[in-house]
Design a protein around this ligand. Structure first.
Ligand code: HEC
Length: 139
């Protein structure tokens, strides 16, 4: 209430010295400039299928090295007793299970890497997996 009253009180005073039409020209210019920005940025976002990717993640560059480091020998052919996770296809197919297991508490029966035989995935590595999934798992 107080604020509205003060505004109402000030308005007529404030308008007097700027009453001429010229004052509005810079305002209109400013408006049209900002409208231009809006109209140029809109098509770019709507044309792209995915939001602009800031940190592109690929299987070959980031995901496979993590898997090799943390999921061998059990899921890579060296020993190969468990379900193989040594290819792009296998990783892509099992991504939900992989993400689920690496984020479990370390004492959970389904936690991976199995029984803490390898170092846990870091928060960064988990984020990479999530980003990779969000980016539709590029090869
Ligand atoms: C020391 C061996 C070992 C390591 C290292 C290991 N796992 Fe496993 N993994 C297993 C065993 C044993 C099972 C089967 C038991 C189970 O289902 O919990 C398994 C099961 C899985 C499964 C379910 C599919 C299946 O094979 O039954 C997934 C998915 C999985 N692991 C992902 C991973 C990921 C991702 C890593 C690396 C971050 C990893 N594992 C590291 C031993 C390992």
């Amino acid at each position: 209430m107080d604020v509205q009253n003060t505004l109402r009180d000030r308005e007529p005073q404030a308008r007097k010295p700027f009453g001429s039409r010229n004052v509005h020209i810079p305002l209109l210019l400013l408006l049209s400039v900002s409208m231009q920005y809006c109209s140029t940025s809109k098509p770019t976002t709507s044309v792209e299928p995915v939001k602009t990717v800031e940190n592109p993640v690929s299987y070959a560059a980031q995901i496979r090295p993590i898997m090799v480091q943390k999921c061998t020998p059990c899921h890579f052919p060296e020993k190969g007793r468990k379900k193989m996770l040594d290819t792009y296809e296998a990783t892509q197919k099992n991504i939900d299970d992989i993400l689920y297991r690496v984020q479990l508490p370390a004492d959970h029966g389904k936690y991976m890497p199995y029984e803490g035989k390898k170092e846990a995935l870091t928060a960064e590595e988990i984020k990479l997996l999530k980003d990779w999934l969000a980016q539709r798992m590029p090869q």
